[in-house]
Design a protein around this ligand. Sequence first.
Ligand code: NAD
Length: 424
Amino acid sequence: MILNGDRGDANGPTALDVALQQMNEAADLIGLDESTRKMLSKPKRTLSVSVPVRMDDGTVEVFDGYRVQHSLARGPAKGGIRFHPEVTMDEVIALAMWMTWKCAVVDIPYGGAKGGIVVDPRKLSIGEIERMTRRFTSEISIIIGPDEDIPAPDVNTNPQIMSWIMDTYSMERGYSIPAVVTGKPVEIGGSKGRADATSRGCVFTIADLASRIDMQLEGTTVAVQGYGNVGSNAAIMLEEMGCKVVAVSDVEGGIYNSRGLAARSVADTVDEAGSVVHYPDAERCTNAEVLTMDVDILVPAALENQITSSNAPYVQAKIIAEGANGPLTPEADVILRDRGCIVIPDILANAGGVTVSYFEWVQGIQSLAWTAEQVRRELKRRMDAAFDAVYGWAQEEGTDLRTAAYVIALQRVARAITLRGLYP
Ligand code: NAD
């Protein structure tokens, strides 16, 4: 079993190994032509940058940063920016590739991108984070833009950081360009409903699946790994729907209460004290224990490679909704499928974030604002349509949901490549 929520087995597959294996399995299934497969196996464009930052003590630190555009076949590139000490170029390529499929599954006109800085932001002051964000934005500004590549939040980045990205890009051009980034605060062109959109979309897919398999959500037990934007909002929404959230964790460890945790109070504890482990009305447990807890629904919402061949045999959940990107390895997928566990794959389960990012971008370009109700209704419509298509294909062909989602996504991207033809 993995311990304390690190990134799976040291010798296990990397995120890029996983992403390529998933793509190749779907490509085999649909008989994808070799040239398209070769093109999609590599990112279209990668940019490595050095990010020098004046620290508070007057010294200069230089951080490594990356921006990757995997595919532009269906539209501008879209994907978040992550601040994390274990970011690598390969990880960012995998995440960009997953964004390509995710945008295609929910049928929004984007290709996939991702970015990251190798940094532990908990060790930086707010001023240092702002200067690092601004310099990184300036360094990658040669490839981002509202028509080219639109960043968004991911692990350890938030609406304030998106504001600095928007401001830096706008300052360098001399006028405001809100549509260069999504996940901004509403006051400067963000969309209502973006902050919790990833979790809302995830919960829509859980409800869709529950209704197909006649599972009542009332009283259903839930465990959530990662209690940041995605995990905490998913826990709060599932609790509002009648589920009992019994275990949650973050980078510091996990907590458990068989009578149920109060999801919003746990989020308040994180805001005030920095971690779920300070929540008083619960017992402590490890991150690994949260993943293998005896619950009906598990929402991994932290990082990649959390459920591998080592711990998959011990996972007891009946449904796993991948709030995080790439939390399961392909080997874990097979083990869980054999055990009758239904996995709602990341490219579907967490696509609500990029979907509302798309709404934000559309509002930015048109200089108008949708109501919260409009955003929620349109998100539900798109998530339900994507779920129906994926579930329907899986039922017809007798596959799991990940295979179905990949096939649908790959077919859409491949079709765009065929229609556009090979330049020159
Ligand atoms: P976040 O920074 O808000 O939260 C991350 C959470 O994971 C924190 O609670 C952190 O403590 C925890 N964590 C970090 N390292 C951990 C570890 N080693 N073990 C256990 N927990 C750990 O990030 P987020 O935006 O909620 O993103 C979480 C996941 O969801 C990522 O995989 C991200 O790519 C994915 N995702 C995010 C969005 C979005 O809109 N924010 C959209 C789609 C997918």
